[in-house]
Each structure stands twice: as structure tokens, then as C-alpha cells.
Design a protein around this ligand. Structure first.
Ligand SMILES: *Cc1c(COP(=O)(O)O)cnc(C)c1O
Length: 309
């Protein structure tokens, strides 16, 4: 955390990490289980809401609320969810001082259990709103609000600052680096690998936050051979990594049994591009996506992307 130059006191961070004590087994919050000889699962769901989103949102919620209290500030946290982020966000911020949450979800786009997890949360600082549209529509609304000067001015008048609970918020990504490193260390502790031995990380992806965490873990030195991205039938990321083409116009969102991955506009891909190709080229690609609904990487760019993914 300190390597990222984040201005958070050590004590606050330590308290934040204690949130993992509320997981099923505080001494082993993220068990690594063996499937077969060389295949393991990092079980990220032994958490308060059963969504792996708790991994990042639990400590992040604590840190943000502490910051608000210390600075005497009030935050409005906006979240959009296709099912898992919502319950995890509401759970981490409920009754936390200095923070209010407004959570948007696509009506019909989440499971019933997830909808109930959200609409039955009972705390004065939480608000849950169903949106008529799919996840991408809902996320677009959030992004527009976050960028809106008018909205920010109105909040400023009431002395409220705006923040996001989704992985568009980098604070969340930081906590998503840790468990990839943890998984590697568990493999070492169990004598399944030697120090320095490379592993493949298989990451189910939607908004690419989890994969981005793995990317940074690799950049920080974790011996990862490749990050394998898995998609459901909304496989726009598969296209990107195999052909270099990102084309919204040739895909329509399909509702599947894994709604957390029913995403076509994958937010964090932009961060990978920015890191690899620089801000100018990234803006060019993102502008093309906005105006034409698609972009195409050059063969060099594709090769560079496919080396990691
Ligand atoms: C959030 C989520 C994903 C997608 O993760 P990203 O970081 O957005 O790529 C996949 N599966 C489940 C169960 C999730 O909760």
C-alpha cells in the first residue's frame, strides 16, 4: 500500500485489514483449495455477503469512512451493480459515519437473492434504486453523474463529496492486488511450487477489475506467466485479446446465469491501455469506442497485450 504512495496512516490500514476477521475463518479468510494436481481455486467468497467483492470493499469501506471522519467530510458513494457489488457496498458502508450510499441496479438484471440482499438492508445512510435498463446503461448513468459539473456543484453546496464504489475507483483495485499475492504465497506454503516458479492465473472477468489487480501484481514482481481471461457468452474481451478488435456494434448484451460478467463496456481495460500504450493513444481508442462503438488495436499493440493476457 505504501508503495502506491497512498496517504493513509498505518493504524487505519491495520484496522481496515481486521475486517477480514469477520470472514468465515479469520485465521484463513481466503482458503486455497486443490482441484487436481496443478489446478487450485482461490476461494474468495467466505465473506459477509458471499460475493468476492467483499475482499476489496470490506477494508475499503473502513478506510473511506475513517478518512471522512478525520477530515470532517461527507461522502456520497455511488455504486452500480449487476448483483454482487451492490450488496457488498451496502454491507461495508452501513451505519458508517460520514458516508452515504446510493446504489443503482438494473431491474431484472440481478438474481432475486441479490436484489433482496440490497432492498432489505436497513440503515439510514443507504439508498437503493432500480433502473429500467441493463448494466451498461446503469454504469453509463454513473459515469455521466461522476463527470457532471452540475451534479458536483449541487453536492458541493451541501458539503458532500462524490466517490464511486465500483472498480472505476482505484482505491478498490489496490485491495484486489493482495489476494493474488496471497494465493501465490499459499502455493508456496503448501509446497506446491518453488519460489519464483511461474503460475497461470485464471480470472473470470466483467469490468476487468480482478484482472487488473493481477496485472499490477505481476508488475510488482509476482511470477505470473499469463493472466487467462474467462468470459461468458458476452465474450467481447475474448475478441479483444485474440483479434485486437473491440466492437460493441457486433455484440448485444446477453443475460446469463453469471450476471456479474454480463458486461460489454469493460471499464478497466482502459487502465491497461493507459499503462501499456500511454494516455494519448488510450484516449484515441476510448474516443473511437464512444463515437463509433468500436476500435482496433495495431498488431504490435495486440502482441503486447497478448503477452500478458
Ligand atoms: C464482479 C464479479 C466478476 C467480474 O469481476 P471484474 O473484476 O468486474 O472483472 C465475476 N464474477 C463474479 C462472481 C463477480 O462478483
Amino acid at each position: 500500500m505504501q508503495q502506491f504512495g497512498i496517504d493513509i496512516e498505518k493504524e487505519v490500514l491495520e484496522e481496515a485489514l481486521k475486517r477480514y476477521d469477520a470472514f468465515d475463518d479469520p485465521s484463513n479468510p481466503v482458503p486455497l483449495s486443490k482441484i487436481e494436481d496443478d489446478c487450485f481455486v482461490c476461494e474468495l467468497y467466505h465473506s459477509p455477503t458471499r460475493a468476492f467483492k467483499d475482499m476489496a470493499l470490506q477494508p475499503f469501506g473502513y478506510v473511506l469512512s475513517k478518512l471522512a471522519q478525520k477530515r470532517g467530510e461527507h461522502y456520497l458513494i455511488m455504486a452500480v451493480t449487476s448483483g454482487d457489488t451492490g450488496p457488498a457496498t451496502l454491507e461495508t458502508f452501513k451505519d458508517q459515519e460520514g458516508v452515504q450510499v446510493a446504489c443503482l441496479y438494473p431491474e431484472g438484471g440481478t438474481s432475486d437473492v441479490q436484489r433482496l440482499q440490497m432492498v432489505t438492508e436497513d440503515a439510514a445512510n443507504l439508498k437503493v434504486i432500480g433502473v429500467k435498463g441493463n448494466f451498461d446503461d446503469t454504469q453509463n448513468m454513473l459515469k455521466e453523474l461522476l463527470a457532471s459539473e452540475e451534479f458536483k456543484a449541487e453536492l458541493a453546496e451541501r458539503n458532500i463529496k462524490l466517490s464511486a464504489a465500483n472498480s472505476v475507483n482505484f482505491g478498490r483495485i489496490i485491495f484486489q492486488i493482495i489476494y493474488h499475492i496471497h494465493a501465490y504465497l499459499e502455493l508456496l506454503r503448501k509446497n506446491e511450487i518453488r519460489m519464483g516458479e511461474k503460475i497461470y492465473l485464471v480470472v473470470p472477468s466483467g469490468n476487468f477489475g480482478n484482472a487488473l489487480g493481477a496485472y499490477y501484481a505481476k508488475k510488482a514482481g509476482l511470477p505470473i506467466e499469463k493472466i487467462l481471461i474467462s468470459s461468458n457468452s458476452n465474450n467481447i474481451l475474448t475478441d479483444l485479446i485474440t483479434t485486437g478488435s473491440y466492437d460493441l456494434t457486433s455484440h448485444t448484451l446477453i443475460q446469463t446465469e453469471s450476471p456479474a460478467m454480463d458486461i460489454l463496456k469493460s471499464s478497466n481495460v482502459e487502465r491497461i491501455f493507459c499503462d501499456k500504450f500511454g494516455p494519448t493513444r488510450t484516449k484515441e481508442l476510448m474516443n473511437a469506442l464512444e463515437s463509433e462503438g468500436k476500435y482496433q488495436l495495431t498488431s504490435e499493440e495486440l502482441a503486447s497485450l497478448a503477452r500478458r493476457f
